[in-house]
Design a protein around this ligand. Structure first.
Ligand code: UTP
Length: 416
């Protein structure tokens, strides 16, 4: 795309300010900017802005509880059966895992990729090393080295790779670790104008954890997995220090149920807790946000006194490779998030903001579940599997202090 073409494209959507400092850029940057403009979907950006200004009513959907299996309620025979199947799968060499580590970690406010955060244990293990421990455990138990794919973003890829190098890949075989970058999406200001970054290029931000599917397709990760004979992909976040991705019981149950995907859940702490929960929407697996859940539904219980809408998502998912491939070819919706962004204003001055001032757009990994007929939901115990690091310590919940305490408690009681 040349300058004139770019200008004409932008003018149609009142975004021509993006070329205001074109002349001041060096040749390489000028080309980069034109390339960025060429790929912009201005119609979609305009629609997204309109949807922020005038939120559309959600279309009427039939919401129902989703069936789940409670780990606590399985019999010893069932557990034995599933664990046996799960261990066979884990030893088969057909399992790979993805850690989604492309997020900005804005709430935690750590200076660097979230996975590099030191939890404050005596060992000074980072979140990445804590996850790596689970890969090493399965290696010892099954004699199988699971390929580890780490999704980063443009912002944090270099630092993440350097961190792994510096820490000798936490003594995991380096050749089994692959990094890939998730996609980006332009940020806009409160008036719908696309932002310019302080370097004169379009300001873009990571496109949400839902970007994992297309990033795996575009970066050849799905192809690479296929070549390695992978059949199942386990996907997890970077910030749960009790994460158990390689749980034979979970894997065996999922295989036995025969659905294309599975997720772990923990029951809500209390009915009003502000978390999204698994449900069915128009008969398909989905997540309902706490904002969409009426007070009555939040308190509804079944015949056993269990919350009907109580299964919250802890970001541990299994997909068949074929399922992931299908999903990666479909478009997921973008959700706006109001975040702080540094940018260049219309006078060419850098604006450094401490407060949210612009919109980024994110796809959510679980929005794809509605493409599936059904999925396994496995309720596990919170104190055994969920210790998230989301906020800085002063917030008091889901912070390094609470995660550290849960981590220590769990490891002291289960590893003696
Ligand atoms: P969160 O939604 O908690 O986001 O991510 P975050 O970036 O860690 O933190 P905040 O909201 O900015 O404070 C859940 C998981 O999804 C990953 C995160 O790295 C984390 O493992 N994620 C999130 C991505 O990989 N990419 C994204 O664009 C967003």
């Amino acid at each position: 795309m040349n300058y004139a073409e770019a200008l004409s494209k932008l003018q149609k959507y009142n975004q021509e300010h993006l070329l205001k400092f074109y002349e001041k850029l060096d040749l390489e940057k000028q080309k980069e900017l034109l390339d960025q403009i060429e790929t912009l979907n201005l119609e979609q950006i305009e629609e997204l802005y309109e949807s922020i200004k005038t939120p559309k009513k959600n279309k009427e959907t039939k919401v129902e509880p989703i069936e789940y299996i409670d780990k606590e309620k399985l019999t010893e025979e069932e557990k034995e059966k599933y664990i046996k199947i799960g261990n066979e799968i884990l030893s088969s060499g057909k399992v790979a895992a993805v850690t989604m580590a492309g997020g900005q970690g804005t709430r935690l406010g750590h200076n660097g990729p979230k996975g590099t955060f030191d939890l404050g244990l005596d060992s000074h293990k980072s979140l990445f090393e804590i996850i790596c421990d689970t890969f090493k455990e399965v290696q010892v138990e099954t004699n199988c080295t699971i390929p580890w794919y780490v999704m980063t973003s443009e912002e944090n890829n270099e630092e993440t790779e350097q961190f792994f190098e510096k820490n000798n890949f936490f003594d995991y075989p380096k050749e089994k670790v692959t990094f890939f970058k998730q996609g980006k999406y332009p940020m806009i200001d409160v008036n719908g104008k696309i932002l310019l970054d302080t370097n004169g290029l379009i300001k873009e931000a990571a496109d949400g954890h839902g970007g994992v599917y297309i990033a795996m397709l575009k970066n050849g990760i799905l192809e690479d997995m296929k070549n390695k004979g992978i059949k199942w992909i386990i996907v997890g976040g970077v910030d749960n220090v009790l994460v158990k991705m390689f749980d034979p019981l979970f894997i065996g149950l999922y295989i036995e149920q025969g659905f294309p995907a599975a997720s772990k859940s923990v029951v809500k702490k209390y009915p009003e807790e502000k978390v999204g929960v698994f449900c069915k929407k128009d008969g398909r697996p989905s997540i309902i946000e706490y904002t969409e859940l009426s007070d009555e539904m939040a308190h509804e219980v079944d015949e056993n006194g269990e919350l009907k809408y109580g299964e919250s998502n802890i970001i541990v998912h299994i997909f068949e490779l074929e399922t992931m491939e299908k999903i990666s070819k479909n478009i997921l919706p973008y959700h706006p998030a109001f975040k702080k962004a540094n940018y260049m204003d219309e006078n060419g001055n850098a604006v450094i903001s401490q407060e949210p001032n612009a919109y980024k757009f994110e796809a959510f990994i679980f929005d794809a579940f509605e493409q599936l007929e059904n999925m396994t939901i496995f309720r596990v115990k919170r104190e055994e599997e969920f210790a998230p690091v989301k906020n800085a310590d002063e917030k008091g919940v889901d912070c390094p202090k609470t995660a550290r305490e849960l981590y220590i408690k769990y490891h002291n009681s289960y590893e003696v």
